[in-house]
Ligand binder design. Structure first.
Ligand SMILES: [Zn+2]
Ligand SMILES: [Zn+2]
Length: 181
């Protein structure tokens, strides 16, 4: 059985203590049932950062969960320290310190969809409504679910930039294991 979201949050805290001296910034860990083609995703831009995991994927590959979590945590750590969002030298060095030797994972055989062209996640902190956008909205937007009729500053949509989309299936060595940057 999959850990609950509060249990994921505890796992995050434990790994943060164990491998990072508690230096990983605050992250909200949650499942996203809509992920059918990605194992995990991290979105930057606001605190807490958002780490989303695919329940579909980890029901099938429960043993991959901790490693995927660590991978996303290394991203959060690199971002907090260096504003580095890539899979470069700093990322790999820290990942090795966490006992992971490859950035490539066995993520199954599902063909990746083209979800990665959407770079921005707009989220209402009031009702958790979310929508993906290709472009950063030019003006403030508010939640269409909390107030259908007009712009309402009480329900702002927070903009998160999606820097990584871990695609299920792109596991061939030598190819990028992830989607958008
Ligand atoms: Zn809302
Ligand atoms: Zn990554």
């Amino acid at each position: 059985m999959l850990p609950s979201e509060p249990e994921l949050q505890l796992l995050f805290a434990r790994l943060n203590y164990q491998y990072f001296n508690g230096e990983v910034p605050d992250c909200r860990i949650r499942y996203n049932e809509r992920f059918s083609n990605s194992a995990g995703r991290i979105s930057y831009g606001r605190t807490p950062l958002i780490v989303e995991l695919s329940p579909k994927h980890f029901r099938k590959y429960p043993e991959a969960l901790e490693e995927t979590m660590l991978h996303e945590m290394v991203h959060a750590w690199c971002y907090a320290r260096f504003r580095d969002t890539g899979h470069g030298a700093r990322f790999k060095k820290k990942l090795r310190e966490c006992g992971i030797t490859s950035i490539y994972h066995e993520l199954g055989n599902v063909r990746p969809l083209n979800e990665s062209s959407k770079r921005y996640l707009l989220r209402c902190d009031h009702c958790a409504f979310e929508v993906l956008r290709k472009k950063r909205p030019g003006k403030p937007t508010s939640c269409a679910r909390c107030n259908k009729r007009r712009f309402d500053p009480r329900y702002p949509l927070t903009i998160y930039e999606i820097v990584e989309m871990r695609e299920v299936g792109s596991t061939v060595e030598g190819r990028a294991a992830h989607g958008s940057r």
